[in-house]
Design a protein. Sequence first.
Length: 94
Amino acid sequence: MTVHWVGTMNNFVIQVKGLDKLIEKLGRATAIQNLEQPMYQGALNMQAWAQKNRLSGPRPNILGVKTGRLRSSISVSRSIKKSEITFFIGTNVE
């Protein structure tokens, strides 16, 4: 199984080792469910960190807030396909 974290600035991939044994023990649906929930919570934590530490605070070191539109637009979405879970953390604000 591969877990993709996709953001507007950085992307990284997590390879889950030992997944075959977990799937064999629990079944595919249960194994994915057991992995997906903590990974989703991690994505939510990354979202909150970005909003607090990069989009709130004084300029010029931090982007700062003018209207709050960018900060409130940061969202997390997920997609599960066979042996891949993809999380997108970002915004559609240009």
